[in-house]
Design a protein around this ligand. Structure first.
Ligand SMILES: [Cu+2]
Length: 302
């Protein structure tokens, strides 16, 4: 019992030290860790982005697994066809055979595809179940698609609900690490190493919450909630886009995620809550270089 109490004290002390450690650096940017690693698409990219979550790593693995099985099947069938064209064309083989039945061949062409389907379906179904398992998250964020911006609501942090707009091309500042058509005024801030559940919905039309490097792709549907989840092991900046044609500015609603250590995330939520209190009534100003809703073309009703 004594040992249990000491373990509990140690955990609480460690937690407080972590929170205090980050908060003690007054004025320090709690999102600084996210600039160490930037997972963004680049010119002439032809493969998946580097996997930023275990889910995307599994998707990448399954894609290659099926790809190589498919390559073997296509190669084998291709060789057979060439063999038939050469050996059994009208010139080389003028008198056709009258073969209508061969038990061995029929068994082989039934059994081999069955085995192939079985070895594909087992990892596929297991991945589907893995993707669907959003149980026991550390936190839940409600993501709402709007024409044409995203809204993030942190369910565990009262009042933490804000909009995220793309920074227009003429305002992009590459010296701040901003990327044209991907950077936003208020990114989604998440802790690393924790399971995060997304409740995805829409305020108007169909949108798509698509995070290629994290393996998340779900429709945002008005009137209903679709869930997904992620877990980001590495601090960094990750990007996504709306991938459901949703109107004239469909291309102007990217998703930017700043993944930072838990202590920094907690420091950021405190800062955000303070900003919210100071700006009560108005949407909160977060640790962002941009003024709130500078790029809003539609006002948000909370
Ligand atoms: Cu959209």
């Amino acid at each position: 019992m004594k040992r249990v109490i000491w373990a509990f004290v140690a955990v609480v002390a460690g937690f407080l030290a972590g929170v205090h450690g980050a908060a003690a650096q007054a004025g320090a940017d709690p999102l600084a860790a996210a600039s160490q690693y930037v997972n963004a698409p680049h010119n002439w990219q032809w493969w998946f982005p580097e996997a930023g979550s275990p889910m995307q790593a599994r998707i990448d693995w399954l894609m290659q697994y099926v790809l190589w099985i498919m390559a073997a099947v296509v190669g084998f069938v291709g060789v057979l066809m060439v063999y038939v064209f050469v050996k059994f064309n009208a010139r080389a083989h003028p008198v056709p055979g009258h073969l209508t039945h061969n038990t061995l061949v029929e068994v082989v062409w039934l059994v081999i595809p069955t085995i192939l389907l079985a070895i594909i379906i087992v990892p596929s179904i297991s991945l589907i179940y893995y993707e669907a398992d959003d149980s026991n998250p550390y936190m839940t964020v409600t993501v709402t698609g709007h024409q044409w911006y995203w809204e993030y609501n942190y369910q565990a942090v009262p009042g933490l609900d804000y909009t995220s707009y793309m920074i227009p091309d003429d305002k992009i500042d590459p010296t701040q690490g901003e990327i044209r058509r991907l950077s936003v005024d208020h990114p989604l801030v998440l802790p690393i190493g924790e399971k995060i559940k997304f409740n995805i919905t829409s305020g108007d039309v169909l949108h798509g919450f698509y995070l290629p490097s994290l393996g998340v792709q779900r429709y945002a549907i008005p009137g209903t909630v679709v869930t997904s989840w992620t877990l980001i092991p590495k601090a960094g900046t990750y990007f996504g886009q709306c991938n459901q044609i949703c109107g004239i500015n469909h291309d102007a609603m990217p998703i930017e995620i700043k993944a930072v250590p838990l202590a920094d995330y907690l420091a950021w939520t405190k800062m955000a809550q303070q900003d919210y209190t100071m700006n009560s009534g108005a949407p909160p100003v977060f640790s962002s270089p941009r003024a709130v809703n500078e790029y809003a073309d539609v006002s948000v009703t909370k």
